[in-house]
Ligand binder design. Structure first.
Ligand code: C2E
Ligand code: MG
Ligand code: MG
Ligand code: MG
Length: 286
C-alpha cells in the first residue's frame, strides 16, 4: 500500500507529499493527545485492573490469574491496552504506569488473602521499556516489601521478542528476579525467535503459547503441530506450558489431550473486574 501510494505521489508531484505529511502530522497529534490524556488519567487514578483466571488442565482448578490493565472512559467505553500501551512505551509513561500495575496487583492479592481466600499467584505484564530502562529489580523488591506479599505469588510476563533482543542484559535481570523468588513467564511464545540454547539457560518457569497458534487448531494443521512442538520443548526443558486465547471446546480438548499444563481464554473466562474474579476463587480451606 505504502509503495503504491508513494508511486502515485511521485507521478503527480509535490502537492501529494504535502498531503502525506499532513497525514503524518495528524498521526503525531493523535499520539500527543493520547499521551496527554494518559498522563492525566494516571494522576487521576483512572486506570483499573481486570483479572483473567488460569486453569490447570490436569486438575481443572484455577491456579492463577493474569492482571490486565483497563482504561474506562466517561461514556462507559474502554480504550484497549493495545492502543495505549504502545503510546505509554513511546513516551516513557509506561515506567510509572507499570509501577502502578505492579503495586495494585500485589495489593489485590494480599487483600484476597486477608478476606479469607486462598492466595493465588497473579502475573503482571512487563513491557520492553521497563526491562530496558526502568529498574525492574528495584521496583519489584520495593513493591514486595511495601505490600508484604510473598514473592512466589508474583509472576512477571515478558514477551519473547524483548528477551531475545537483549539477551545478556535480560539474562542478568531475570537471574536477579529469580533470586528474589518471583516467577517468570515468556509471553507470546512462538512469535519471536528464541534460541534454544538461550531458552535452556534462562531462569524462566512458564512458556505462554501465543494465541495466534491456538486459533483454528482444527482448520490449520500447522498450528496444531506448532503447539505440540512447544509443549514437548517446554516439557523437555522442565518448563510449565500455558496456552493463551483458548476460545472453544475443541481447542480445550486438544490441549488436554496433548498434555498442555495450563490454559487461559474466553472458553474459561474473559478478564473480569476484582468483584467478579473473587467469585471464582476457592476458599482458603479448600
Ligand atoms: P497479553 O499479555 O498477551 O494478554 C493477552 C490478551 O489476550 C489480553 O488482551 C486478553 O484480554 C486477551 N485474551 C484473553 N483470552 C482471550 C481469548 O480467548 N480470545 C481473544 N481473542 N483474546 C483473549 P488485552 O487485555 O487487550 O491486552 C493486550 C495486550 O496489552 C497484552 O497482551 C499485553 O501485551 C498488553 N497489556 C495489557 N495489560 C498490560 C499491563 O498492565 N502492562 C503492560 N506492560 N502491558 C499490558
Ligand atoms: Mg500477558
Ligand atoms: Mg500473550
Ligand atoms: Mg503481549
Amino acid at each position: 500500500h505504502a509503495d503504491a501510494a508513494m508511486f502515485r505521489a511521485k507521478q503527480t508531484g509535490r502537492n501529494n507529499f504535502q498531503f502525506f505529511s499532513a497525514e503524518m502530522n495528524s498521526a503525531i497529534n493523535g499520539r500527543l493527545e493520547m499521551m496527554t490524556k494518559l498522563r492525566r488519567a494516571l494522576g487521576a487514578n483512572e486506570f483499573t485492573l481486570h483479572y483473567q483466571p488460569k486453569l490447570q488442565l490436569a486438575t481443572g482448578k484455577i491456579i492463577g490469574a493474569e492482571a490486565l490493565i483497563r482504561w474506562p472512559q466517561a461514556d462507559g467505553s474502554m480504550i484497549s491496552p493495545a492502543q495505549f500501551i504502545p503510546v505509554a512505551e513511546e513516551s516513557g509513561l509506561i515506567i510509572p504506569l507499570g509501577e502502578w500495575v505492579l503495586q495494585t496487583a500485589c495489593a489485590q492479592i494480599r487483600a484476597w488473602e486477608k478476606a479469607g481466600h486462598a492466595a493465588i499467584p497473579v502475573s503482571v505484564n512487563i513491557s520492553p521499556l521497563q526491562l530496558e530502562r526502568g529498574n525492574v529489580v528495584d521496583m519489584v523488591t520495593r513493591t514486595l516489601a511495601e505490600t508484604g506479599l510473598a514473592p512466589q505469588y508474583l509472576e512477571l510476563e515478558i514477551t519473547e521478542s524483548v528477551v531475545m533482543r537483549e539477551v545478556e542484559k535480560s539474562f542478568a535481570i531475570l537471574e536477579q528476579l529469580k533470586a528474589l523468588g518471583v516467577k517468570i513467564s515468556i509471553d507470546d511464545f512462538g512469535t519471536g525467535y528464541s534460541s534454544l540454547s538461550y531458552l535452556r539457560r534462562f531462569p524462566v518457569n512458564t512458556l505462554k503459547i501465543d494465541q495466534s497458534f491456538v486459533r483454528n487448531i482444527s482448520s490449520d494443521p500447522n498450528n496444531a503441530g506448532i503447539i505440540q512442538a512447544i509443549i514437548s520443548l517446554g516439557h523437555t526443558l522442565n518448563l510449565n506450558v500455558l496456552a493463551e486465547g483458548v476460545e472453544t471446546e475443541e481447542e480445550f480438548r486438544f490441549l488436554l489431550e496433548n498434555r498442555c499444563d495450563e490454559m487461559q481464554g474466553y472458553y474459561l473466562s474473559k478478564p473480569v473486574d476484582e468483584e467478579a474474579f473473587v467469585q471464582l476463587l476457592p476458599p482458603s480451606d479448600a
